[in-house]
Design a protein around this ligand. Structure first.
Ligand code: SF4
Length: 328
């Protein structure tokens, strides 16, 4: 079933996207298989909302971000930004598109040039896109530092002179400098102390209201996801297994994998939480995913059909999509 409705209100539409990385062996580099990092993913992001993408490491969530930014090309499927298919767009035309999508990275220190001052870090994108006069750019730097809670006098400092939380504030200011429409945040708080995480998340929420931003927020942390998301897509082994509003997902999770994740998260929804479900084994390799439902090797509710037939994402409740044979 298509989960795309009323195209106009979406800033981002991902339609049955696949990304397979070839596995090559031997002197002739013969392809002997492929790693199915993203395997038929569909979702959409509405203007002004935050879509949380949650899952364990290796589930394909970061690859998905790179595909949207066209840092990688899709193997199959389409990605549309404001209705424009970017998967077939010539690389030179991506420059204009990239201005509207910015990224906030997990490690703020690694993502900032250690030799550049904060001012240069924030000025550079404006220079590249030829935005404003010299004075206007400098004003913008001061304005953004203020907005992210840093003193504008810090503009002359280098990244090593800041704490982790402050560096992430600089990373957020850099993402805002070109007035993007969509920000993809890939684990933006997981490298920060718990107390700082809350500050950075609150800052991102404030900025979302002020600048009418849309977020795609990638995280492995369900409590962070619950705090910031409007809707949540749960990924497992390259596929979306459940997609629902935050309230639906946390009060009435349906997919066995979502149930297990929520039961294991320490701070999520304690009132609703049932017994902890401990999943057996590790996530299988995406180079050799199990047949049928990719979760069947760890699923406490596995049935015979699950071992042979891949479940498709179906709308079970209004706005709540689940890929599981239990609901067919
Ligand atoms: Fe579990 Fe079967 Fe549902 Fe997969 S399809 S999650 S194995 S019950």
């Amino acid at each position: 079933m298509s989960i795309l409705k009323q195209q106009d209100e979406y800033i981002l539409e991902v339609e049955d996207v696949k990304k397979y990385f070839p596995i090559k062996k031997g002197v002739f580099s013969k392809q002997v298989g492929s790693v199915k990092a993203v395997d038929g993913v569909s979702f959409q992001v509405r203007k002004g909302e935050t879509l949380g993408i949650v899952g364990e490491s290796g589930c394909g969530k970061s690859t998905m971000a790179r595909l949207i930014l066209r840092l990688l090309d899709v193997t199959d499927g389409r990605i549309k930004l404001e209705g424009k298919d970017v998967t077939t767009l010539p690389k030179q035309d991506m420059r204009a598109i990239r201005r509207n999508i910015q990224m906030v990275f997990q490690d703020p220190y690694a993502s900032l040039n250690p030799r550049w001052t904060v001012e240069r870090t924030l000025l550079e994108p404006m220079k590249v896109y030829d935005i404003g006069t010299k004075n206007e750019r400098r004003d913008k730097v001061s304005e953004l530092l203020n907005k992210v809670g840093l003193d504008p006098s810090y503009a002359k400092r280098h990244p090593h002179e800041f704490s982790g939380g402050q560096r992430q504030r600089i990373g957020i200011a850099r993402a805002l400098v070109l007035n993007p429409k969509l920000i993809i945040a890939d684990e933006p708080v997981s490298a920060l102390d718990i107390s700082v995480q809350a500050q950075v998340i609150n800052l991102m929420q404030d900025l979302q209201d002020q600048y009418n931003l849309t977020y795609m927020f990638i995280t492995h942390d369900l409590s962070v996801c619950e705090h910031i998301s409007d809707r949540v897509a749960v990924m497992y082994l390259g596929k979306v297994v459940e997609l629902a509003s935050k309230d639906q997902l946390f009060s009435n999770p349906l997919h066995p994998y979502t149930l297990a994740l929520i039961s294991a998260a320490p701070e999520v929804n304690d009132a609703q939480k049932k017994e902890r479900i401990v999943l057996k084994g590790d996530v299988p390799s995406p180079a050799n995913p199990p047949k049928g439902c990719a979760f069947h090797t760890r699923c406490p509710s596995c049935m015979e059909i699950c071992k042979v037939e891949t479940p498709v994402l179906n709308e079970i409740e209004s706005g709540q999509y689940v890929a599981c044979h239990l609901y067919e």
